[in-house]
Design a protein around this ligand. Structure first.
Ligand code: CA2
Length: 151
């Protein structure tokens, strides 16, 4: 079976994972998480080549969605705080055919009101919220099962 390619995209401040607020975001770094997801991608059928990208900049996220994301078979996307207000990022997701799974490490619904609304969710294939870093793994396995079905 052919390989798939998955963009693992993280937005602003997620480069700070593992350095503070471990009660909300866990104690592992983004590099730890990315390494595990890349390894998990390789260890199943179909094999998934995971491309990790993190940026604190809205335009870089838009560019990455339009380039790497457009060519990929799926995008695992934690847009960080942009989730709640970036119409530019929503439009970028809506402009490509690649399915996007929105992931949030924390349960945004248990937190401040402004975190309850996602402008990305209506253009995403689905959303995984509050399951910690396992959300990234679950999203990857969902993409794998989708690709296996369509093979
Ligand atoms: O729960 C999530 O994954 C969020 O997307 C994380 C964003 C937040 O703005 C969203 O409402 C929910 C913030 C990421 C900040 O990450 C940090 C991690 C460790 C230390 C400091 C910040």
């Amino acid at each position: 079976m052919a390989h798939g390619t998955i963009l693992l995209l993280n937005g602003p401040n997620l480069n700070m994972l593992g350095t503070r607020e471990p009660e909300i975001y866990g104690s592992r770094t983004l590099a730890d998480i990315e390494r595990d997801i890349v390894a998990l991608g390789k260890s199943g059928t179909p094999q998934l080549d995971v491309v990790p990208v993190q940026s604190n900049h809205e335009g870089v996220l838009v560019d990455t969605i339009q380039t790497v994301g457009r060519e990929a078979d799926g995008i695992i996307f934690n847009p960080g705080a942009f989730t709640h207000y970036s119409i530019a990022i929503r439009d970028a997701v809506a402009s490509i055919n690649t399915p996007v799974v929105e992931v949030h490490i924390s349960n945004v619904h248990k937190r401040e009101e402004f975190r309850h609304h996602s402008v990305i969710a209506p253009v995403a294939a689905g959303q995984i919220v509050g399951l910690g870093e396992d959300g990234y793994r679950l999203a990857l396995e969902w993409f794998r099962s989708q690709l296996a079905k369509n093979a």
